[in-house]
Design a binder for this molecule. Structure first.
Ligand SMILES: Cc1cc2nc3c(=O)[nH]c(=O)nc-3n(C[C@H](O)[C@H](O)[C@H](O)COP(=O)(O)OP(=O)(O)OC[C@H]3O[C@@H](n4cnc5c(N)ncnc54)[C@H](O)[C@@H]3O)c2cc1C
Length: 592
């Protein structure tokens, strides 16, 4: 078995030389953060990921969580690891110091979170959901609720969940039927069944703070009639101590393809007198508030794509260095060599390495935009709004593809559970589904973020202009000529497809949405290709300055690989977007 080693050099490169960590440290509120401090945080996090989370990942898969009579027992080692995780302050990292957080920038949290996702994605879901709930409470709840709940949630002693999904309300939240009625004392009684609730019940946290979407009596139909409630597992007394058990239970957890270590709960609220809930913000505005949580979670689920691809790659590389098989094409020696020397195994590994680096660069770049937007830097909010569905949709689709590519390196034993390669493939498969499927991300991208933007297409056009100017600038260096040419073609393809969507959205929305997922992939490849090109430019400059750090040579190679093997797909995706709708609708329904 391989052991997870955090790719610290690449993480630091992306943070420092692409995402602009120094600039982020200089933003108001980040005065106490420095490049040196971040380096030591990443070092410590890597030790925790390698030493604590990675070793319990297999057990999480093999044994998983269990539920008996409403009590969930997490997989071996998870409870202790969670306790240590909280005690060592990892849970509190990104949150407001007012509530006990460390207030670290999103870009730094992104790198640290990648390590949790690589080493144990099922475990990492607990702090991820808690983090989303904290964001929603911090932005929208009353001061009283914030003071009562946030310190313990920031600490991690209490975990958080997000209760949207119901048997008939998945992608379509307008179909939610869970109810809430005023109890007469300012609180509400919540009832209904939620399904698929991540870490909805667990034995790691002392209390579980559920954020639940439900309808008040006489609420308008659809999305405009849904409110958000804070519903704790144990009621909390005024002095902060735990009171009586609330009227909610977890009747069962799901048996799943992957992430067995993460308990996915059915949650039943208010089977008796009604679960006591507290309204967050105003009535009927719950979906908007929940989006605060979902945007946080969407970027984080995108990061799962990066983390799982990195871990699967490391595992495949370990095997490729061990396994001896077959004669190497073109090798005239009679030496037995490992499969790493087969041209196609090299290709598989380059696919994993280059594409994972591109995804990482996009994720950290997006996080830097979150930090800049928070500080009011012009244009940053528009950029992160545009890129959130791309980080989520593109990176998770790639995470699935690359964990499959990594499994291929193992040959037959990859399909056999003992090697562990299959777990990464199975775990990755959920990432394109939860937090809004890839189709939902693509709808968001072509709809709200492009055609229905306040000034339609404005954010995309600003990005296209920036990428185009960078492609021109890079072309001046003959060493980067191929990268620049392929990037230019990619940017042109994205520009043409964007214009087509803007021109056709009103008259033919179904035709546009038939190509929305290919458009999302096109955007991911071009933006990823742009960031890899910028990485190549930095690497070339460092080498020209005399650096002998082989990291830069490797970065040039992976950037070249991405330009040669991924950017050419941009033209094909653009063609699919603009010319594929008729064939999508070519079959009458009975002919399926
Ligand atoms: C392991 C796991 C953990 C989860 N964790 C949580 C959680 O913590 N909290 C929570 O509330 N939910 C959670 N979910 C639920 C998850 O978010 C939903 O499963 C997901 O949003 C899809 O909804 P659905 O399953 O009802 O599928 P459906 O909405 O029925 O979708 C089925 C198919 O139709 C497509 N489709 C649907 N609508 C559209 C559309 N408008 N345009 C194009 N295509 C469309 C989808 O892309 C999909 O391919 C979890 C699910 C799982 C499996």
């Amino acid at each position: 078995m391989s052991t997870y080693t955090a790719p610290l050099r690449d993480m630091q490169f992306v943070l420092n030389e692409i995402a602009g960590l120094e600039e982020i440290c200089a933003l108001p509120g980040n005065e106490e953060v420095s490049v040196e401090l971040v380096e030591s945080i990443l070092d410590e996090a890597s030790k925790f990921a390698t030493g604590v989370l990675d070793p319990i990942n297999r057990g999480g898969d093999n044994v998983g969580s269990k539920c008996e009579a409403g009590v969930v027992t997490t997989a071996p080692g998870f409870k202790d690891a969670y306790k240590l995780f909280c005690e060592t302050g990892w849970n509190a990292m990104p949150f407001d110091p007012e509530f006990g957080g460390q207030g670290l920038p999103a870009a730094v949290t992104m790198a640290v979170n990648e390590m949790w996702k690589s080493s144990n994605m099922a475990f990492a879901l607990c702090p991820m959901l808690t983090g989303g709930a904290i964001e929603a409470i911090a932005h929208h709840a009353s001061d009283e609720l914030k003071q009562k709940y946030l310190p313990k949630m920031v600490e991690g002693t209490w975990s958080g969940t997000m209760n949207l999904t119901e048997p008939n309300a998945g992608s379509d939240l307008a179909a939610i039927i869970s109810k809430a009625k005023p109890a007469g004392d300012g609180t509400f009684l919540v009832s209904g069944t939620k399904i698929f609730i991540t870490w909805g019940e667990n034995d790691c946290a002392e209390n579980i703070i559920h954020l639940v979407l439900a309808r008040l009596p006489d609420a308008p139909p659809g999305l405009k009639g849904i409110s958000l409630f804070l519903v704790p597992k144990f009621l909390v007394n005024d002095d902060g101590s735990l009171g009586k058990r609330n009227d909610l239970i977890c009747p069962s957890i799901e048996h799943k393809l992957g992430i067995h270590g993460s308990p996915t709960a059915v949650m039943s609220f208010g089977e008796n007198e009604g679960a006591v809930g507290y309204l967050i913000g105003e009535e009927n505005k719950g979906v908007g508030y929940m989006f605060t949580m979902m945007n946080h979670a969407r970027v984080n689920v995108g990061l799962e794509g990066v983390g799982i691809a990195e871990r699967a790659y490391q595992h495949a590389l370990w095997y490729a260095r061990e396994r001896v098989q077959g004669k190497i094409i073109g090798d005239t020696s009679n030496e037995k060599k490992t499969i790493l020397h087969h041209p196609d195994v090299r290709r598989l590994l380059m696919e994993c390495k280059a594409r994972t680096e591109a995804m990482r660069t996009l994720a950290y770049y997006a996080a830097a935009q979150i930090d800049k937007a928070k500080a009011g830097v012009p244009g940053a909010q528009a950029r992160i709004d545009l890129l959130t569905p791309v980080v989520k949709g593109w990176s998770t689709e790639q995470g699935v593809e690359l964990s499959s590519t990594a499994l291929q390196v193992f040959g037959g034993v990859g399909f056999v559970e003992e090697t562990g390669a299959a777990q990464y493939y199975r775990d990755s498969r959920i990432t394109t589904i939860y937090e809004g499927t890839t189709a939902i991300q693509a709808n968001d991208l072509v709809g709200r973020k492009l055609a229905r933007e306040k000034v339609p297409g404005a954010a995309m056009k600003t990005l296209l202009a920036e990428m185009s100017a960078d492609a021109e600038a890079i072309a001046a260096n003959p060493q980067l000529a191929t990268i620049a040419a392929n990037l230019k073609n990619g940017v042109n393809a994205l520009s043409t497809a964007s214009d087509w969507i803007l021109a056709n959205y009103d008259a033919a929305p179904a035709a546009v949405h038939a190509g929305s997922v290919p458009f999302l992939k096109l955007t991911g490849i071009v933006v990823g290709g742009w960031l890899m090109a910028m990485s190549a430019q930095v690497a070339a400059q460092r080498i020209a300055e005399g650096s002998s750090d082989s990291f830069y040579t490797a970065k040039l190679a992976t950037a070249n690989y991405f330009a040669a093997h991924q950017l050419p797909f941009a033209a094909a995706y653009a063609a699919e977007v603009m010319g594929g709708a008729d064939s999508v609708f070519a079959l009458d329904e009975p002919l399926f």
